[in-house]
Design a protein around this ligand. Structure first.
Ligand code: CMP
Length: 141
């Protein structure tokens, strides 16, 4: 089924000049960029985006990291986009990520893990709305 998912290219990957390489991996696999923006999360925005992780032991470090510099948000569209993108990302812990995955190639650690991907179609819709709001997305009014 054709789906949309929200991807983030996080601060570590942006700083290390991996934006193009990461988008290239997605495009080569058949995912299409239908919206894209670079921005800097405020503390408040980051707290809202990661609200499900509030209270977890890594939450403060996650907020510090995700707000340290600009990141890139992308809406990918394609066949089973949610799972396809998560497969391309690899496991959260880069040491456990499979060969050839984005995290195996580029991630620095469990927190500084280069990319994010929605974990379900429902959360993809919530996250896309959170980041892109009413702004234009290719194919949507
Ligand atoms: P992401 O897929 O964006 O969703 C939550 C983020 O929290 C995750 O990527 C990591 O950056 C971070 N994270 C998740 N689990 C841990 C953990 N056990 N230790 C440190 N950071 C984590």
């Amino acid at each position: 089924m054709i789906q949309r998912t929200l991807a983030l290219i996080k601060p570590d990957a942006v700083k290390s000049n991996y934006i193009g390489s990461i988008i290239n991996i997605a495009e080569k696999s058949g995912l299409k960029v239908v919206a894209l923006q670079m921005f800097h999360f405020t503390q408040k925005q980051a707290r809202g985006f990661y609200a499900v992780h509030e209270g977890k032991h890594f939450f403060d470090g996650l907020l510090q990291y995700i707000t340290e510099s600009p990141l890139v948000a992308i809406v990918f569209e394609g066949e089973d986009a949610v799972t396809s993108w998560r497969n391309l990302m690899g496991a959260t812990d880069p040491q456990k990520a499979a060969e050839g995955t984005i995290r195996k190639l580029y991630a620095e650690s469990m927190t500084r893990n280069s990319v994010h991907g929605s974990d379900s179609v429902e959360n993809a819709e919530i996250e896309i709305n959170y980041v892109f709001g009413g702004r234009y997305i290719n194919g949507l009014a």
